[in-house]
Design a protein around this ligand. Sequence first.
Ligand SMILES: [Zn+2]
Length: 260
Amino acid sequence: MVEGCSCSGSGILEKDGKLYECVCALLKRRAASMPPFIRTAELRPEHTAHKLHTQVKKSLYVLATWQDMKAIVKAVMICHMNLFVRVTSDNDILHAYVGAMSKKNKGENEATFETVGDFVGPPDLVIVRLNALTRPNKAAAGALEEAMVCRTDQDKPTWLVSDMERPFTENSPAYSGSLWDLMEVCGKVRIAPVLPRNLPTGVFDLEPVETAPDPAPKKATPAPERSQKRSKPQSEQEDDLSVYGVGIKKSKGSFGRGDD
Ligand SMILES: [Zn+2]
């Protein structure tokens, strides 16, 4: 029960003869909707106070420790009760993509399987943890790009999170030049570490990640070959992320999903 709530644990308040859900019940419902790794994140005042809360309608590229990011996401989900937030990763997106491809190849009815668009399309805010995918996979960059294009087509915000301790670079499995172009037009945020970065030994809070096998790459990935001359991800950069600049224009047209 939340301190100060007068529901006496019932979760319901009565006012002017009408019944309302109280704040404890709301929080309980919100907690139930959180993935366990978010629900159990350690929340400090610095997380709740972080300005990221005010940016839920913007697409961002965030550099943070995953510990802090989980806490901030938890705070965001508590502050924005009605915001549909999905926390996912390049690995999850690859699985959705590969799964859809294999079902399509088996000739299953297109209406019956989940595509990347079904997966990332509905939420108000999608938070993608980069580099959850650790092994090379030919489809990874195309899958993530498709997800991003789906979001930008709908004008919906996405936060791409690069883990400070294992940053997203051009050597990352899901990296592609065109994805980087999409990232460059996002706002950049670097979150100075709040929680201690050294976990006690023996604690593995991250689920082990397995990469999916490559799908047969028949016209599967719409990743256009682009000029190699582009700015590289400077993930080791400890300074303000504004150094990334915003000079590259959106080039939406060049990676259509091929089905429209
Ligand atoms: Zn209550």
